[in-house]
Design a protein around this ligand. Structure first.
Ligand SMILES: NC(=O)c1ccc[n+]([C@@H]2O[C@H](COP(=O)([O-])OP(=O)(O)OC[C@H]3O[C@@H](n4cnc5c(N)ncnc54)[C@H](OP(=O)(O)O)[C@@H]3O)[C@@H](O)[C@H]2O)c1
Length: 245
């Protein structure tokens, strides 16, 4: 039996990942998001607001409770949940929104990784972490300061975790993956910004108009195929657009 833990499954890329994983045999799925506790195809969803204090720790306690006594051939954590807000120059965005953004995009994935590595050290043979990053981790965008900084931080913790795994010979594989531009509700938020908040907004509106955004189902299928083949983990920093087949 393999275990997949996916955050942010209520819409967008996370939903597509969970729908596809839910159809796979011999796979236990745990989806973490702002949806009521309950069964879903392939497993269960657990309510968690990743911006809330200690939310990750109590979600991990609950996951470990479900895992008790089980052993997995493979365990995969997909840190997918993310927010683009607040959009705007740093001196114009709301402080509370900024804090929530950093909690969801940066602190929560790191805390989840930490607990995953501890729990899976003995519970799974193959251990893999996929952190969903962004091109915005690797170049600055006017108006996306919090998002760019958090994703850049996610890239760096992934590099550190991969380095530690190699040095300590834990066999853990880690990737921070930029998935390309996907047609999800997040892109709707991107396009709704004013040019004063986000100077590149017209370019993103034009991409949508020209049909250049990839459907989340396609992106999810690519990620899962490359995960299963192991090619996703060739380097700790990756871009789905250049990974090939
Ligand atoms: N779309 C793109 O073009 C693009 C490009 C590069 C990278 N990405 C990255 O890809 C990942 C998925 O993005 P997406 O486009 O699918 O975004 P999305 O459509 O906005 O979906 C984001 C998911 O994250 C969840 N989430 C947000 N805040 C949360 C919180 N406080 N607690 C729990 N869950 C929370 C959302 O749940 P709720 O329904 O509860 O809000 C939703 O399920 C993100 O990490 C994003 O940064 C996206």
């Amino acid at each position: 039996m393999d275990l997949y833990i996916v955050t942010g499954h209520t819409k967008g890329l996370g939903r597509a990942l969970v729908e596809q994983l839910g159809r796979e045999p011999e796979t236990e799925l745990i989806a973490l998001g702002r949806a009521p506790d309950g069964p879903i195809p392939g497993g269960a969803q657990l309510f968690v607001d990743l911006a809330a204090p200690r939310a990750v720790e109590s979600a991990c306690d609950r996951i470990e409770e479900r895992m008790r006594g089980k052993r997995y051939g493979k365990a995969v954590l997909v840190n997918n949940a993310g927010v683009i807000s607040p959009v705007g120059m740093l001196d114009r965005v709301d402080a509370a929104e900024l804090e929530r953004s950093l909690a969801v995009n940066f602190a929560a994935p790191i805390l989840l990784m930490r607990r995953f590595l501890i729990a899976m050290a003995t519970a799974a043979k193959v251990k893999r972490v996929i952190n969903i990053s962004s091109g915005a981790a690797r170049r600055p965008y006017f108006g996306w300061g919090a998002y760019c900084a958090a994703k850049a931080g996610l890239d760096m913790i992934s590099r550190v975790a991969a380095l530690e795994a190699q040095a300590a010979m834990t066999g853990v594989q880690v990737v921070s993956l930029a998935p390309g531009v996907i047609d999800t509700p997040m892109q709707g938020v991107v396009r709704s910004a004013s040019p004063e908040e986000f100077v590149d907004v017209e370019r993103f509106r034009a991409m949508k108009a020209k049909g250049e955004l990839r459907p989340p189902e396609e992106v999810a299928a690519d990620i899962l195929r490359l995960e299963k083949s192991g090619k996703l983990f060739a380097e700790p920093i990756a871009d789905l657009r250049t990974l090939g087949e």
